[in-house]
Design a protein around this ligand. Structure first.
Ligand code: SAM
Ligand code: SF4
Ligand code: SF4
Length: 370
């Protein structure tokens, strides 16, 4: 049963900005979490209360609530919105380094020691390319993580992979599609074959149903750009009755030195948030540990620019509690993101498409403060 309203217009009432403010869920995030609470119980409920308090900047935890672990940066597609499909970003932010199993284990064990509830064994990569993925999920599940999630392009979700993923202990899976038709899909997910991806997802859902499994909760993802915005409603209609949640996601820049204004959709409510009252919740929630071991305060594609240090040399605990990280959290709580040069660029490029438009944004902000 989907959580999404059946007709298009009432869905507008269901739109909520959640998590890091960059995604709009068309099932409310609460619906999905209520389902998970009913399956996973009080521990999950307590974790979500902490998560919500951190998102309101009321709870500064002594360890991140969410670890994103990027074990490599390998993908079989070349989506033009992603650093893997953008030569300028690829050169700056993509490397061939793979995280060792020992380092992965060390991260999970540190998380376990601090009661960390949630993890995503995926970064800028295609997680299904990693044959250790199910082993990583099981290891996290065996070591106290109760919310284990990932996004995948689903191109490699064969029947046997679907069965092993369904048995792995994953709690949430999101299929990234960005299109409702073959024509658009093959433009925005370069290298993917529409029919194959659709068949893979339908089969995954069918097996989950046949096996009578409550988990994982399943969603589909649509990063809205100028190139696919005309298919947003068709996408919602296609998936509304098939999955637990549909996410329409804001475009984020693959890197910050070039002009991405051609990607920005013609209408974006989130742009108003960015221009008027932006506070980033990510440094209050999570760290992303890159393939290189760099520990970053957010999942921005360029977040290695904000690296706090390397997990090969320091504990996550120490980096999370560093002065630098406390300071970043305070900046965002107080609405002073522009004092961090990377956050300033991040917001500029997300809202305007390029740093050339930065002046405009700064003028708006200073008007607001005065
Ligand atoms: C980088 S991908 C990695 C996982 C997997 N390969 C996939 O595509 O789902 C993680 C998520 O980022 C999304 N994404 C890609 N480019 C983006 C962009 N420029 N802005 C926001 N999200 C983006 C993808 O659609 C996907 O849901
Ligand atoms: S499938 Fe995912 S990781 Fe690969 S290029 Fe597309 S968005 Fe990037
Ligand atoms: S760069 Fe700053 S504003 Fe952008 S996602 Fe990271 S922490 Fe948030």
């Amino acid at each position: 049963m989907t959580n999404i309203e059946k007709s298009c217009s009432p869905m507008v009432n269901k739109q909520t900005y959640t998590t890091d403010g960059k995604v709009r869920w068309l099932a409310t995030e609460e619906d999905v979490n209520d389902k998970l609470i009913s399956i996973l119980g009080k521990k999950f409920e307590d974790y979500r209360k902490q998560w919500n308090a951190a998102n309101r900047f009321e709870l500064e935890t002594d360890f991140p609530l969410f670890l994103q672990i990027e074990t490599n940066q390998i993908c079989n597609l070349r989506c033009p919105s992603c650093p893997i499909g953008t030569p300028e970003a690829f050169t700056k932010y993509i490397s061939t380094e793979k995280m060792s199993w020992d380092l992965f284990e060390k991260i999970i064990l540190e998380g376990e020691k601090h009661g960390c509830p949630s993890v995503e064994p995926q970064g800028t990569n295609e997680p299904l390319l990693d044959q250790n993925l199910e082993k990583q999920i099981k290891f996290a599940s065996d070591h106290g993580f109760i919310d284990i999630m990932l996004n995948t392009n689903a191109t490699l979700l064969s029947e046997s992979r679907a069965r092993s993923m369904l048995k792995s202990g994953i709690t949430r899976i999101r299929f990234s599609l960005d299109a409702a038709t073959k024509e658009t899909y093959e433009k925005v997910r370069v290298g993917g074959k529409f029919e194959v991806t659709m068949k893979n997802i339908e089969r995954f859902l069918q097996i989950k149903k046949e096996e009578n499994l409550d988990l994982p909760v399943v969603g589909v993802n649509f990063v809205k750009t100028k190139f696919n915005e005309h298919e947003e409603e068709k996408f919602i209609e296609t998936w509304a009755d098939k999955v637990d949640f549909v996410v329409i996601q804001e475009f984020q820049p693959p890197e910050l030195d070039n002009d991405y204004s051609a990607f920005l959709p013609s209408k974006s409510e989130y742009r108003n948030v960015l221009l008027n009252d932006f506070h980033c919740q990510q440094p209050w929630q999570r760290v992303l540990i890159r393939n290189t071991g760099e520990v970053c305060p957010c999942c921005a594609f360029f977040s290695s620019e904000l690296s706090l240090g390397n997990v090969k040399d320091s504990s996550i605990y120490d980096l999370w509690n560093s002065q630098e990280m406390h300071h970043l959290r305070k900046l965002h709580k107080d609405g002073n993101y522009a004092e961090n040069p990377w956050c300033k660029k991040c917001v500029n490029v997300m809202s305007c498409g390029s740093n050339q438009a930065a002046e405009l944004l700064q003028i708006k902000n200073s008007n607001k403060k005065s």
